[in-house]
Design a binder for this molecule. Sequence first.
Ligand SMILES: C[S@@+](CC[C@H](N)C(=O)[O-])C[C@H]1O[C@@H](n2cnc3c(N)ncnc32)[C@H](O)[C@@H]1O
Ligand SMILES: O=C(O)C(=O)C[C@]1(C(=O)O)C=C[C@@H](O)C=C1
Length: 244
Amino acid sequence: MSDRQDDIYAHQHDVVEAFRFDEQVVNVFPDMIRRSVPGYPTIISMIGYLAERYAQPGSHCYDLGCSLGAASLSMRDNIPHADCKIIALDNSQAMVEKCRVLLLDQAGKSKVDVKLGDIRQQEIKNASVVVLNFTLQFIDRIDRDLLIQKIYDGLKPGGILILSEKLAFSDGRVHDMQTDMYYNFKRLNGYSEMEISQKRNALENVLTPDTLEVHQQRLRQSGFASCDVWFQCFNFCSMVAIKV
Ligand SMILES: C[S@@+](CC[C@H](N)C(=O)[O-])C[C@H]1O[C@@H](n2cnc3c(N)ncnc32)[C@H](O)[C@@H]1O
Ligand SMILES: O=C(O)C(=O)C[C@]1(C(=O)O)C=C[C@@H](O)C=C1
Protein backbone atom coordinates (compact mmCIF):
# COMPACT_ATOMS: atom_id res chain seq x y z
CA MET A 1 0.00 0.00 0.00
CA SER A 2 1.04 3.62 -0.52
CA ASP A 3 2.99 5.02 2.42
CA ARG A 4 2.72 8.67 1.46
CA GLN A 5 2.43 10.89 4.51
CA ASP A 6 -0.86 12.63 5.21
CA ASP A 7 -0.12 16.36 4.99
CA ILE A 8 -3.56 17.46 3.72
CA TYR A 9 -4.20 19.84 6.64
CA ALA A 10 -0.53 20.72 7.28
CA HIS A 11 -0.90 24.11 5.58
CA GLN A 12 -3.48 26.78 6.37
CA HIS A 13 -6.60 26.34 4.20
CA ASP A 14 -8.44 29.60 3.34
CA VAL A 15 -11.67 27.66 3.57
CA VAL A 16 -11.79 24.23 5.18
CA GLU A 17 -14.07 22.26 2.91
CA ALA A 18 -16.23 19.37 4.07
CA PHE A 19 -14.18 16.15 4.25
CA ARG A 20 -14.52 13.91 1.17
CA PHE A 21 -12.91 10.59 0.24
CA ASP A 22 -11.45 12.06 -2.95
CA GLU A 23 -8.20 11.36 -4.79
CA GLN A 24 -6.17 13.56 -2.45
CA VAL A 25 -7.36 11.51 0.56
CA VAL A 26 -6.94 8.21 -1.30
CA ASN A 27 -3.26 9.05 -1.93
CA VAL A 28 -2.49 9.31 1.80
CA PHE A 29 -5.24 7.11 3.22
CA PRO A 30 -3.18 4.26 4.77
CA ASP A 31 -1.03 6.79 6.66
CA MET A 32 -4.05 8.96 7.57
CA ILE A 33 -6.13 6.16 9.04
CA ARG A 34 -3.22 4.55 10.88
CA ARG A 35 -2.29 7.86 12.54
CA SER A 36 -5.94 8.90 13.13
CA VAL A 37 -7.67 5.77 14.41
CA PRO A 38 -6.19 4.30 17.61
CA GLY A 39 -5.85 0.54 17.22
CA TYR A 40 -6.59 0.47 13.49
CA PRO A 41 -3.90 -2.16 12.63
CA THR A 42 -5.15 -4.37 15.49
CA ILE A 43 -8.77 -4.03 14.35
CA ILE A 44 -7.82 -4.98 10.77
CA SER A 45 -5.91 -8.06 11.98
CA MET A 46 -8.76 -9.15 14.25
CA ILE A 47 -11.31 -8.79 11.42
CA GLY A 48 -9.30 -11.54 9.73
CA TYR A 49 -9.39 -13.61 12.89
CA LEU A 50 -13.16 -13.14 13.31
CA ALA A 51 -13.73 -13.97 9.63
CA GLU A 52 -11.69 -17.15 9.97
CA ARG A 53 -13.93 -18.18 12.84
CA TYR A 54 -17.33 -17.06 11.55
CA ALA A 55 -17.20 -17.23 7.73
CA GLN A 56 -19.41 -20.11 6.62
CA PRO A 57 -18.69 -22.28 3.57
CA GLY A 58 -20.47 -21.05 0.43
CA SER A 59 -21.49 -17.74 1.99
CA HIS A 60 -20.86 -14.06 1.26
CA CYS A 61 -18.67 -11.74 3.37
CA TYR A 62 -19.29 -8.02 2.91
CA ASP A 63 -16.85 -5.14 3.46
CA LEU A 64 -19.14 -2.08 3.39
CA GLY A 65 -17.25 1.19 2.89
CA CYS A 66 -14.13 -0.79 2.02
CA SER A 67 -11.83 2.17 1.16
CA LEU A 68 -8.59 0.51 0.01
CA GLY A 69 -9.73 -2.97 1.00
CA ALA A 70 -7.68 -3.51 4.17
CA ALA A 71 -10.49 -5.46 5.89
CA SER A 72 -11.20 -7.48 2.72
CA LEU A 73 -7.53 -8.42 2.45
CA SER A 74 -7.46 -9.48 6.08
CA MET A 75 -10.56 -11.64 5.54
CA ARG A 76 -9.18 -13.09 2.32
CA ASP A 77 -5.93 -14.05 4.04
CA ASN A 78 -7.75 -15.85 6.83
CA ILE A 79 -10.99 -17.40 5.55
CA PRO A 80 -10.29 -21.13 5.20
CA HIS A 81 -13.08 -21.88 2.67
CA ALA A 82 -12.45 -21.63 -1.08
CA ASP A 83 -16.12 -21.06 -1.88
CA CYS A 84 -16.68 -17.87 0.14
CA LYS A 85 -17.14 -14.67 -1.85
CA ILE A 86 -16.02 -11.32 -0.43
CA ILE A 87 -17.97 -8.31 -1.68
CA ALA A 88 -16.15 -5.01 -1.07
CA LEU A 89 -18.16 -1.87 -1.75
CA ASP A 90 -17.46 1.87 -1.64
CA ASN A 91 -19.11 4.91 -3.20
CA SER A 92 -15.84 6.79 -3.75
CA GLN A 93 -14.67 6.23 -7.34
CA ALA A 94 -11.07 7.09 -6.39
CA MET A 95 -11.09 4.56 -3.52
CA VAL A 96 -12.58 1.79 -5.63
CA GLU A 97 -10.10 2.32 -8.49
CA LYS A 98 -7.09 2.10 -6.16
CA CYS A 99 -8.61 -0.75 -4.17
CA ARG A 100 -8.96 -2.79 -7.37
CA VAL A 101 -5.27 -2.22 -8.17
CA LEU A 102 -4.17 -3.16 -4.65
CA LEU A 103 -6.19 -6.37 -4.71
CA LEU A 104 -5.09 -7.41 -8.21
CA ASP A 105 -2.00 -9.44 -7.51
CA GLN A 106 -2.86 -10.82 -4.09
CA ALA A 107 -3.49 -14.51 -3.75
CA GLY A 108 -6.04 -16.00 -1.36
CA LYS A 109 -8.67 -18.66 -1.18
CA SER A 110 -11.74 -16.44 -1.50
CA LYS A 111 -12.46 -14.16 -4.44
CA VAL A 112 -12.91 -10.42 -3.73
CA ASP A 113 -15.40 -8.52 -5.87
CA VAL A 114 -14.76 -4.75 -5.55
CA LYS A 115 -17.84 -2.72 -6.43
CA LEU A 116 -18.60 0.99 -6.77
CA GLY A 117 -21.88 1.84 -5.11
CA ASP A 118 -23.83 3.10 -2.14
CA ILE A 119 -24.06 0.61 0.69
CA ARG A 120 -27.65 1.74 1.29
CA GLN A 121 -28.57 0.30 -2.09
CA GLN A 122 -26.52 -2.92 -1.84
CA GLU A 123 -28.44 -6.15 -1.47
CA ILE A 124 -27.15 -8.24 1.46
CA LYS A 125 -27.83 -11.95 1.14
CA ASN A 126 -26.38 -15.29 2.17
CA ALA A 127 -24.00 -13.40 4.47
CA SER A 128 -21.93 -14.88 7.27
CA VAL A 129 -19.65 -11.89 8.00
CA VAL A 130 -20.50 -8.22 7.42
CA VAL A 131 -17.92 -5.51 8.16
CA LEU A 132 -18.73 -1.84 8.71
CA ASN A 133 -15.27 -0.60 9.70
CA PHE A 134 -15.65 3.13 10.42
CA THR A 135 -18.31 3.58 7.75
CA LEU A 136 -21.70 3.86 9.50
CA GLN A 137 -20.55 7.15 11.07
CA PHE A 138 -20.57 8.70 7.56
CA ILE A 139 -24.14 7.58 6.74
CA ASP A 140 -27.03 10.00 7.37
CA ARG A 141 -28.46 9.19 10.80
CA ILE A 142 -31.89 8.75 9.30
CA ASP A 143 -30.65 5.81 7.17
CA ARG A 144 -28.72 3.95 9.88
CA ASP A 145 -31.61 1.89 11.34
CA LEU A 146 -32.67 0.62 7.90
CA LEU A 147 -29.10 -0.30 6.94
CA ILE A 148 -28.52 -2.29 10.14
CA GLN A 149 -31.90 -4.01 9.71
CA LYS A 150 -31.00 -4.94 6.12
CA ILE A 151 -27.70 -6.40 7.31
CA TYR A 152 -29.44 -8.42 10.03
CA ASP A 153 -32.00 -9.75 7.53
CA GLY A 154 -29.25 -10.74 5.06
CA LEU A 155 -27.15 -12.62 7.63
CA LYS A 156 -27.37 -16.38 8.00
CA PRO A 157 -27.95 -17.80 11.50
CA GLY A 158 -24.59 -17.77 13.28
CA GLY A 159 -23.41 -14.84 11.16
CA ILE A 160 -21.81 -11.69 12.55
CA LEU A 161 -21.65 -7.95 11.99
CA ILE A 162 -18.37 -6.27 12.92
CA LEU A 163 -19.15 -2.60 13.56
CA SER A 164 -16.29 -0.19 14.28
CA GLU A 165 -17.10 3.43 15.05
CA LYS A 166 -15.89 6.68 16.52
CA LEU A 167 -18.06 7.19 19.62
CA ALA A 168 -19.81 10.10 21.27
CA PHE A 169 -20.43 10.00 25.05
CA SER A 170 -23.62 11.21 26.71
CA ASP A 171 -21.73 12.44 29.80
CA GLY A 172 -20.07 15.69 28.68
CA ARG A 173 -17.08 15.27 31.00
CA VAL A 174 -16.35 11.76 29.69
CA HIS A 175 -16.78 13.00 26.12
CA ASP A 176 -14.28 15.82 26.67
CA MET A 177 -11.80 13.54 28.43
CA GLN A 178 -11.93 10.85 25.71
CA THR A 179 -11.69 13.45 22.94
CA ASP A 180 -8.76 15.13 24.65
CA MET A 181 -6.89 11.82 24.92
CA TYR A 182 -7.71 11.15 21.26
CA TYR A 183 -6.24 14.50 20.17
CA ASN A 184 -3.16 13.70 22.20
CA PHE A 185 -2.88 10.39 20.32
CA LYS A 186 -2.89 12.43 17.09
CA ARG A 187 -0.21 14.79 18.47
CA LEU A 188 1.94 11.82 19.42
CA ASN A 189 1.55 10.61 15.83
CA GLY A 190 2.99 13.85 14.51
CA TYR A 191 -0.14 15.89 13.71
CA SER A 192 0.14 19.61 14.56
CA GLU A 193 -2.53 21.68 16.33
CA MET A 194 -3.43 23.24 12.97
CA GLU A 195 -3.83 19.83 11.31
CA ILE A 196 -5.97 18.56 14.18
CA SER A 197 -8.17 21.64 14.19
CA GLN A 198 -8.66 21.88 10.40
CA LYS A 199 -9.46 18.15 10.17
CA ARG A 200 -11.96 18.53 13.02
CA ASN A 201 -13.68 21.35 11.10
CA ALA A 202 -13.68 19.32 7.87
CA LEU A 203 -15.34 16.37 9.63
CA GLU A 204 -18.04 18.51 11.31
CA ASN A 205 -21.47 17.29 10.12
CA VAL A 206 -19.73 14.71 7.87
CA LEU A 207 -18.70 12.19 10.52
CA THR A 208 -21.53 12.11 13.07
CA PRO A 209 -20.77 9.70 15.92
CA ASP A 210 -23.47 7.97 17.98
CA THR A 211 -23.04 6.85 21.58
CA LEU A 212 -22.39 3.19 22.38
CA GLU A 213 -25.88 3.01 23.92
CA VAL A 214 -27.49 4.19 20.66
CA HIS A 215 -25.49 1.62 18.65
CA GLN A 216 -26.38 -1.22 21.00
CA GLN A 217 -30.06 -0.27 21.05
CA ARG A 218 -30.15 -0.14 17.24
CA LEU A 219 -28.44 -3.55 16.99
CA ARG A 220 -30.81 -5.15 19.51
CA GLN A 221 -33.87 -3.58 17.89
CA SER A 222 -32.82 -5.09 14.56
CA GLY A 223 -32.79 -8.53 16.17
CA PHE A 224 -29.15 -9.17 17.06
CA ALA A 225 -28.96 -11.49 20.07
CA SER A 226 -25.75 -9.95 21.36
CA CYS A 227 -23.59 -6.94 20.57
CA ASP A 228 -20.36 -6.73 22.52
CA VAL A 229 -17.47 -4.32 22.46
CA TRP A 230 -14.37 -6.39 21.72
CA PHE A 231 -12.03 -3.38 21.26
CA GLN A 232 -11.97 0.17 22.54
CA CYS A 233 -9.28 2.81 22.71
CA PHE A 234 -10.44 6.30 23.74
CA ASN A 235 -13.42 7.25 21.55
CA PHE A 236 -12.90 4.51 18.97
CA CYS A 237 -14.49 1.13 19.38
CA SER A 238 -15.34 -2.07 17.57
CA MET A 239 -18.35 -4.24 18.33
CA VAL A 240 -19.33 -7.70 17.23
CA ALA A 241 -23.03 -8.50 16.92
CA ILE A 242 -24.20 -12.08 16.44
CA LYS A 243 -27.36 -13.39 14.76
CA VAL A 244 -28.49 -16.64 16.37
C1 LIG B 1 -13.14 5.60 7.20
S1 LIG B 1 -13.38 4.94 5.66
C2 LIG B 1 -13.50 3.18 5.97
C3 LIG B 1 -12.20 2.49 6.21
C4 LIG B 1 -12.16 1.05 5.74
N1 LIG B 1 -13.36 0.33 6.07
C5 LIG B 1 -10.93 0.37 6.30
O1 LIG B 1 -11.10 -0.54 7.13
O2 LIG B 1 -9.82 0.71 5.91
C6 LIG B 1 -15.06 5.22 5.22
C7 LIG B 1 -15.36 4.76 3.80
O3 LIG B 1 -16.78 4.68 3.65
C8 LIG B 1 -17.09 5.11 2.35
N2 LIG B 1 -18.51 5.49 2.34
C9 LIG B 1 -19.10 6.50 3.01
N3 LIG B 1 -20.44 6.53 2.76
C10 LIG B 1 -20.69 5.49 1.91
C11 LIG B 1 -21.85 4.99 1.27
N4 LIG B 1 -23.05 5.56 1.47
N5 LIG B 1 -21.74 3.92 0.45
C12 LIG B 1 -20.52 3.35 0.24
N6 LIG B 1 -19.39 3.77 0.81
C13 LIG B 1 -19.46 4.83 1.65
C14 LIG B 1 -16.13 6.24 2.06
O4 LIG B 1 -15.99 6.50 0.68
C15 LIG B 1 -14.86 5.72 2.73
O5 LIG B 1 -14.03 5.04 1.82
O1 LIG C 1 -9.24 12.08 11.91
C1 LIG C 1 -10.22 12.00 12.65
O2 LIG C 1 -10.43 12.87 13.50
C2 LIG C 1 -11.12 10.87 12.57
O3 LIG C 1 -12.20 10.91 13.08
C3 LIG C 1 -10.66 9.64 11.94
C4 LIG C 1 -11.24 9.17 10.66
C5 LIG C 1 -12.32 8.09 10.86
O4 LIG C 1 -12.68 7.76 11.98
O5 LIG C 1 -12.85 7.62 9.86
C6 LIG C 1 -11.83 10.19 9.82
C7 LIG C 1 -11.58 10.26 8.49
C8 LIG C 1 -10.55 9.43 7.84
O6 LIG C 1 -11.17 8.44 7.12
C9 LIG C 1 -9.73 8.68 8.77
C10 LIG C 1 -10.07 8.54 10.05
